[in-house]
Design a protein around this ligand. Structure first.
Ligand code: NDP
Length: 262
């Protein structure tokens, strides 16, 4: 019986995690089974308990359960504590452990693109769960400043307040999404606007050299505008691969090479 892993969410059909983990396992010569697990919206905890009771070794958690996963854990990594969200679960010494690998996944994807993060000035559009998860790893990677611009500016201000003490010397600022201007090295779209087909307008007096869209597999007006400006850009598939590699490393203590799986 191979070691058993799964990704849990609702919906779950769209998840690419099984194909990634099976590809990593093949690459590393590890035998495992990695399934998609649909949990009822009010049945997350029961589904997690059943999975581990049946001998499952590790779970990835996706929308909408990352905050519930955080609340379930007895032992949390520092980055999960800061993100207040968990995407990787496992049992160790009989205790449920949780980590959040999304932010490091983004850092690894950006690094693999050859884009500099040390001393960088970063603008993040959006202040949802994904933004919360990436700020600490970006600061750890050496970002000089991180500005969070959100449609609901109070949400960006709240994030700055919550994370201010966790980012060392990096400067955190909040601003409104409809007042974008200034000069940045990297701009990251962490809104879900591209998922709903809504266009984001990047004004001419907003300057940047690199553009990263967290969503993938969708048309993106953000990336279209980056392409028109002639700057380097990427969609979020590398971040997905990056977070999966981090989870694989936690469970199997080996790191597949990100570039092989892009
Ligand atoms: P949340 O629902 O937590 O947050 C959504 C954010 O988008 C909020 O800041 C919201 O603003 C903003 N927003 C939504 N619609 C619009 C719009 N029409 N115009 C402007 N702003 C808008 O989502 P997540 O943070 O979980 O995810 C954000 C994105 O990141 C998604 O595209 C998701 O697919 C992607 N993602 C990719 C990952 C990867 O591995 N590549 C991992 C995780 C996320 P407001 O606060 O005003 O409502």
């Amino acid at each position: 019986m191979p070691k058993h892993f799964a990704v849990i969410g609702n919906p779950i059909e769209q998840s690419r995690s099984p194909e990634l983990h099976h590809a990593f396992a093949k690459d590393q010569g590890i035998e495992l089974q990695y399934d998609k697990r649909l949990a009822a919206l009010d049945g997350f905890q029961q589904s997690v308990e059943d999975f581990f009771a049946e001998g499952g070794l590790g779970l990835n958690v996706t929308v909408p359960f990352k905050e519930q996963a955080f609340a379930l854990c007895t032992q949390l990594s520092q980055r999960a504590t800061i993100a207040k969200a968990v995407n990787t679960l496992w049992i160790q010494d009989g205790i449920l452990h949780g980590d959040n690998t999304d932010g490091q996944g983004l850092v690894n994807a950006i690094t693999a693109l050859g884009w500099p993060l040390k001393n960088s000035r970063i603008l993040i559009l959006g202040a949802g769960g994904a933004t919360r998860g990436v700020i600490y790893p970006l600061a750890q990677a050496g970002a000089q400043s991180i500005q969070i611009a959100n449609r609901t500016v109070a949400r960006a201000q709240q994030l700055v307040e919550d994370l201010q003490t966790s980012v060392g010397t990096a400067q955190l600022r909040a601003s409104a999404l409809d007042q974008l201007h200034g000069e940045f090295d990297l701009i990251i779209n962490a809104t879900s606007a591209s998922l709903t087909g809504d266009a984001l307008h990047l004004p001419d007096d907003l300057q940047f050299q690199y553009a990263y869209e967290m969503a993938y597999g969708k048309a993106s007006s953000f990336l279209d505008q980056a392409a028109q400006r002639g700057v380097e850009y990427s969609d979020g598939y590398g971040m997905l691969v990056g977070q999966a590699i981090e989870a694989f490393d936690i469970w199997h203590a080996v790191r597949p090479e990100l570039k092989k799986f892009l």
